[in-house]
Write a protein that binds this ligand. Structure first.
Ligand code: PXL
Length: 271
């Protein structure tokens, strides 16, 4: 059967390129494809890295970003957009303009602050712009616990802290907040907290004590975008995405000498 934009929703990522393939746009593209979506990708920054660390980056200008995104939006019917590493205020402002001018839906904002290896992927002033300009456009924001602490100013020591941090992010304009609590774990499970429409959903998964986690955050946010593009509700999209990432961590290969990328594989198609 031929496919088109109705049967194969198009998902756009605006994020950083990890040329070693573990995180950023390559993880996003693999994830969109894994869920049967058609991937489009614009690069906000070219990073220099491998599984052992991030060694630097060359950021795109606002004009370079627009030059990548405009032809895509002029031609393709984009059903969801995911943002990742947006390193500068000018890139963030341009991304916000592109989303609003084109009335893009199913907007997933992953507020990437730092790589696992400790490299800053955004500066403080840019993070402030990201909160001001992109949170109000976001259907969901997906900070990890550390990012949530930096954004909200609340130290996340207990569940009430998580709710307080999420409420601050609702005040910043986000429509749903997913706080990923890999290290806020309860015994042997890793719990993510989805706050949505006045409800608090605890999304539970087994915790794996592994260093094979490179690209986890990017993959989760991209999977949520893909599932929203396919028409899933936010709660289902988050649950499906968490299971997908969990399986990708469980079955991660050992690639490279550092933090191995997770195992992003197509989900089984039912027909
Ligand atoms: O996982 C955060 C992240 C996002 N985007 C890019 C990255 C990283 C971490 O290394 O390199 C491009």
């Amino acid at each position: 059967m031929n496919t088109d934009e109705r049967t194969t929703p198009i998902c756009l990522t605006i994020a950083g390129l990890d040329p070693s393939g573990g995180a950023g746009t390559i993880a996003d593209v693999k994830t969109f494809f894994a869920f049967g979506c058609y991937p489009a990708a614009a690069i906000a920054s070219i990073t220099y890295q491998n599984t052992q660390g991030v060694y630097g980056a060359t950021h795109q200008s606002a004009e370079e970003l627009r030059s990548q995104v405009e032809p895509i939006l002029n031609d393709l019917e984009v059903s969801a957009v995911k943002t990742g590493m947006l390193p500068t205020a000018e890139i963030i402002e341009e991304t916000a303009r592109l989303i609003s001018e084109n009335d893009l839906h199913n907007v997933v904002i992953d507020p990437v602050v730092r790589s696992t290896s400790g490299f800053d992927l955004i500066d403080g002033a840019a993070l402030k712009r990201l909160i001001e300009m992109l949170f109000p456009l976001a259907d969901i924001v997906t900070p990890n616990a550390q990012e949530a602490e930096r954004i909200s100013g609340v130290a996340l020591l207990s569940e009430p802290d998580i709710v307080a941090a999420a409420n601050i992010m609702f005040g910043m304009g986000a429509k749903a907040v997913l706080i990923k609590g890999g290290h806020l774990r309860h015994g042997s499970s890793a719990v993510d907290h989805l706050l949505l429409g006045g409800e608090h959903h605890r999304i539970d998964a087994p915790y794996y004590d592994t260093t094979s986690t490179h690209g986890t955050g990017c993959t989760l946010a991209a999977a949520i975008a893909a599932n929203l593009a396919k028409g899933k509700t936010m709660l289902d999209a988050v649950r499906i995405s968490k299971d997908f990432v969990n399986e990708a961590i469980r079955t991660a290969p050992k690639i490279g000498k550092g933090n191995s990328p997770i195992n992003i594989q197509p989900i089984e198609r039912s027909g």
